[in-house]
Design a protein around this ligand. Structure first.
Ligand SMILES: Cc1cc2nc3c(=O)[nH]c(=O)nc-3n(C[C@H](O)[C@H](O)[C@H](O)COP(=O)(O)OP(=O)(O)OC[C@H]3O[C@@H](n4cnc5c(N)ncnc54)[C@H](O)[C@@H]3O)c2cc1C
Length: 294
């Protein structure tokens, strides 16, 4: 049943300081942060959202903007997927995250949906999450107690369970600029080409040294485990290798040790395993045709 709006109250902080002070409350006095509302309104509509107080972050300019530095980009937590996909430097330097942004719902959703909201919502099917894992993102969090940084691969403890403290807000997402020559890849597989929830979502990064050996690789999956995962066995199998078909198949062989897909209403385990293997092959072939050569 829908949550009746009369049971909800909305705080509109004028600054990040005011927002953090509100988050410092306890129990029912601590509000639920509200960014674009594209997840929260679904929960409220379904009657599964928390009733009580909400904290509207939308007006906080401290959480806005995309800044590109010499070594890293810093995206405010309120950066929307439209802003990410339209930003010229993001398009050039972070095409895998831009590709993920373009796959989140439709344009109307992308205009409101924020990167911070996608991260904090913590769905294993969140489309930006494998891209952030593959880019070695760092989360900036703040509370009245201070600021801290969390490596993205340390953010999720279990299904929808974040290491973020209850009084912390995500303020920004830092992305180190990939080294020249690093090849990015993103692929979402759903029931149809657009506006679907991922059955398998993947992001990868691969670079070779002058001798042609893999000297940087990231392979990250969503929708195949309780949390988005880096396929570390796969990465180990590829590290230091010269691209070859046999090498690609060795990486595919160990994939099942990295991921734990389940049967659910969208797909079954066997299907997800097969798709994940195919997407991994596709990534490797796109990164270097040598992965398809015998
Ligand atoms: C029709 C539709 C289609 C969708 N399609 C996709 C899709 O294809 N792929 C996909 O990944 N998602 C999809 N979504 C889900 C949703 O749009 C995204 O997860 C979005 O990024 C959520 O961002 P938001 O700003 O709207 O978050 P909100 O709904 O405002 O918040 C989501 C959660 O994050 C918390 N939160 C928000 N900001 C912060 C912050 N700065 N610090 C701490 N906590 C915070 C909130 O308290 C809440 O728990 C879809 C949703 C709809 C309604």
């Amino acid at each position: 049943m829908r949550a009746p709006l009369s049971t909800l109250s909305l705080l509109r902080p004028r600054s990040l300081g005011e927002a953090l002070a509100a988050m410092n409350g306890t129990g029912a006095t601590r509000p639920v942060p509200l960014a674009g509302g594209t997840d929260l309104f679904v929960y409220l509509n379904a009657g599964t959202g928390a009733t009580g107080r909400y904290l509207d972050l939308w007006g906080l300019r401290e959480l806005r903007g995309i800044r590109i530095g010499r070594r890293a980009a810093a995206l405010g937590a309120l950066a929307t997927f439209s802003q990410i996909r339209e930003h010229p430097v993001m398009r050039r330097r972070f095409p895998s995250l831009v590709a993920a942004a373009a796959e989140v719902g439709a344009r109307q959703i992308q205009n409101r949906a924020t990167l911070g909201g996608n991260i904090a919502n913590a769905s294993p099917a969140g489309d930006s999450l494998p891209a952030l894992l593959a880019l070695d993102a760092v989360i900036h969090a703040r509370s009245v107690r201070g600021a801290r940084e969390i490596a993205f691969d340390q953010l999720y403890r279990g299904y929808r369970d974040l290491t973020l403290a209850k009084d912390e807000l995500i303020t920004a997402i830092e992305l180190p600029l990939p080294f020249p020559g690093t090849i990015p890849f993103f692929r979402k597989v759903g029931t149809r080409r657009a506006q679907s929830i991922s059955k398998v979502v993947f992001a990868g990064m691969l670079r070779r040294d002058r001798a042609g050996r893999v000297d940087h690789v990231r392979a990250a999956f969503g929708s195949v485990a309780p949390v988005p995962v880096r396929a570390r066995r796969v990465e180990e199998a590829l590290w230091g290798e010269k691209p070859s078909r046999a090498g690609a198949e060795r990486a595919v062989e160990v994939l099942a040790e990295d991921i734990a897909p389940i049967d659910d209403i969208r797909s079954d385990r066997e299907y997800r395993l097969a798709v994940a293997a195919n997407v991994l092959r596709q990534f490797l072939r796109a990164a270097d045709p040598g992965f398809s050569r015998r």
